[in-house]
Design a protein around this ligand. Sequence first.
Ligand code: PLP
Length: 391
Amino acid sequence: MQVSNRVRGIIGDGSDGWDVYYRARQMDADGINVTHLTIGEHDIRTDPTILDAMHAAALAGHTGYSMFNGNLNLREIIASRVAERTGVATTPDNVLVVPGGQAGLFATHMATCDPGDHALFIDPYYATYPGTIRSVGAIPVPIRASADHMFQPDPSDIAKAAKDGAASLLINSPNNPTGVVYSQGTMQGIAQTCRDHDIWLISDEVYDTQLWEGTHITPRALPGMDERTLVIGSLSKSHAMTGSRIGWIVGPEDAIQRMGDLLTNTTYGVAGFVQEAACFALTQGAAFEARIAEPFRRRRDLVLAQVARQNVVRAIPADGAMYIMLDIRATGLSGESFATKLLDTHHVAVMPGESFGEAAAGHLRVALTVADDRLVAAVAQLLDLARTCAL
Ligand code: PLP
C-alpha cells in the first residue's frame, strides 16, 4: 500500500538538505564532541516560572478539551499585545491560537490556497515552507532574493511572479535563515504588489522579539493590508517555549473564523495548561523577552567582529533572529562541500545555505545557539578553514 501522492510529494524522494545535520547527530551518537550550530533552538530551557504556571494550571484542572480556536483569556492577551505593538486595532475575534507557528503556516496556506494554486515565497526560506505549501496541494513558487542585495526581496520580482496568478505570498522578517530584516521600502513594495494582484500576504513574524536594529515592521499595519494579511506569531522563539507548541494567527475576522473550522477538524485545540502558561509568559513584560533574546544579540556582535578581521568570508549583516549567514563563495566551495569539510575536520556543524534554497548557495547559516566561548572557537575554526581553502 502506498500513501497518497500528496503526502509522498511533500518532500519527494531526494535529499532534504539536512545531511550535515543528520551526520552530526550520528557523530554525537558515536561519542564525538560536535559543536552544533545547526538548529534554531535556545541553549536555555523554558523559564521555571513559566513551567510553574503550566504546572499550577494543570493541577487547577486545565487538562480537559479547550476551545478549539483558543481560550478567550489568551486571545485577549494576544489581541492587546498585537494592537499595542503594531497600532492596528485587534480584538480576540482576529486571533486564533494554534499549536506553534508551523501549524499556523499550514492553516494559513490551507485557508488561502486551493489545490493547484500558486503560493509564492521568498528564497532563501525556512526549511518547511515548500513542503507546507505542497501539503495543502498548492504549488510552491520561490522568488529569489539576491545575496548581492543583502537578501532583501525585490518587489518587482514578486510582481512578475504574481502576474502568472498567485493566491498567496509568504514572507518572513526578521528572517530565518539570513537574519535580514526587511526594510520599510521592501515592505511597502510587497504590500503594493499584494494589493495590485489581489493576493493574500502571510507574514511569518515568529522572530519579532529578536531585533537588533530598528523597530519591527509588520505589513499588516500598512495601508489597506489588514484585510489581506495573516500574521503568524509564536512563543517558541520569544519565550524559549519551542516544545510547548503554541502560537497564533492574527487576521481578518472572517478568515479567522473559517480557519477555526479547520482547527476543529485538524488540531482540535491546544492543551489548556499550555494556554494558561502562555497567558503567564505573555504578561511578563518586555524585559523578560529581552533577556531571552539578549544572548543572540551578544553572539551576533561577537561573530560579526570576528568576521570583520579577515577578508575571505563575508557576513550578511544580521539585524534580527538567531542566525548569521556567511558568504563563503571566495573559497570556491559550495556551502554543502564546505559544511561537510568543516564537520569532518573540526567537528563543527553548520547548515549549508543550499538547504534553504538556491539563492543561499555558497553560504553557511550559523545558529548562534551555543555558549559564547564555544561559538567564538567554532567560528575561528570555520574562518581558518575558509582561509586554507581560498589559498
Ligand atoms: N517560522 C520560522 C521562520 C521558523 O524559523 C520556525 C522555527 O524555527 C517556525 C516558523 C516554526 O516555529 P514554531 O512552530 O516552533 O512556532
